[in-house]
Design a protein around this ligand. Structure first.
Ligand SMILES: [Zn+2]
Length: 354
């Protein structure tokens, strides 16, 4: 079904909500420069997130907006510039780039402070616009960061959501210190592995909760000191036993739901739980007294800001971190990639190559 003329492209399109079979690769109009600061990027790698699953399923709610159909999802993109608008000076065709997916107004108080994710007009590329699960995408020039020649596209595309969010939680909001002990829930997921790697980089001791021996082994390889298999062990008991009853200083919890109460109980006096997701439930059981009586804190962030993104990009560029990649697949395998994320069996990121 190739159309001559070069004005179409292959894209993973969601035309109706439903199961993984609802995302299909087909020909779509190729994006072109419309505004003076628009840039067209040839997508070389795009990684999947929960947002891609929500977009396909039609799930919306606090923090997750309904998408307009037909939709091309894909938040995390690395590629090459192919075309720029008249107002773009910094970027030229052929430049290697990675995209920061946050779209903000650029002039409100939050934006002026650099807290673009707190902008009232904050939107996300690939959720509120067509994203990167296609041969080409369009984004404003201000969202690009330069990618050094020796950093592979697949690794760069792992950063924008998972690693930026993990940095936001562990470093910017969580202020993790080298001597501290951390418990990472969902440690095999995108944000989980990123949090483990960043916490280890800072020198902290890490407990990681996952399921299955494959992922347990891979968590040990990225530096988890004690892997807890949630199918056979109770993480609160393990943490309490192995910390002599004092608990951990920090819990990273991208999971939510029924993990909240034992996670809060696993915290030491003055400990903090860092949250960025509710993949297994948004309405947890909790005890208010268990929080304030022990000076515990709960701190949240939906995504990192531009500075958080630059921090992880610098770390990757200096070779200080190697993003965990579960699988690299052609765009045509997008439905299978959705299944991998949805079943929660992957370790790290799933990359698609359009
Ligand atoms: Zn703003």
């Amino acid at each position: 079904m190739t159309v001559a003329g070069g004005d179409t492209m292959r894209a993973a399109v969601i035309r109706e909500h439903g199961g993984p079979e609802k995302v299909r690769v087909e020909q779509m109009p190729r994006p072109s420069v419309e505004a003076p600061d628009d840039v067209i990027v040839r997508v070389r790698a795009c990684t999947l997130n929960r947002l891609d699953i929500f977009a396909r399923q039609g799930i919306s709610g606090p923090g997750v907006r309904a998408v307009h159909l037909p939709h091309i999802s894909g938040v995390d993109v690395a590629g090459e510039v192919t075309e720029v608008g008249m107002g773009v000076e910094r970027w030229r065709s052929g430049h290697r780039v990675v995209l920061y997916p946050g779209l903000s107004c650029g002039h409100c108080g939050a934006c002026a402070r650099g807290e673009d994710t707190m902008c009232r007009h904050y939107r996300i590329f690939g959720e509120d616009t067509h994203g990167g699960l296609a041969e080409y995408c369009r984004i404003g020039a201000g969202n690009l960061e330069s990618l050094p020649d020796d950093v592979p596209f697949e690794q760069a595309a792992a950063l924008p959501t998972a690693y930026t969010t993990a940095w936001r939680m562990v470093v910017t909001v969580g202020n993790l210190r080298p001597q501290e002990r951390v418990l990472v829930l969902g440690a095999g997921g995108g944000v989980g592995v990123a949090a483990v790697q960043i916490a280890r980089r800072l020198g902290a001791y890490v407990f990681g909760v996952t399921s299955g021996s494959d992922r347990a082994q891979r968590l040990e390889e990225v530096g988890v000191g004690r892997v807890i298999d949630r199918l056979t062990e109770d993480f609160e008991s393990v943490v309490m036993n192995e910390t002599g009853g004092s608990g951990v200083d920090v819990v990273v919890n991208p999971v939510g739901g029924a993990t909240w109460r034992p996670a809060i109980r696993s915290l030491a006096m003055g400990g903090r739980m860092l949250i960025c997701g509710a993949t297994i439930g948004d309405d947890p059981d909790l005890s208010i007294r268990e929080i304030y009586q022990s000076h515990r804190q709960i701190l949240g962030a939906p995504l990192g800001n531009r500075q958080d993104f630059r921090s992880v990009l610098d770390m990757l560029s200096r070779g200080e971190i190697k993003p965990a990649i579960h699988a690299t697949m052609p765009l045509e395998a997008v439905a299978e990639a959705h299944r991998l994320i949805e079943e929660g069996k992957s370790f790290g990121k799933v990359v698609l190559l359009p």
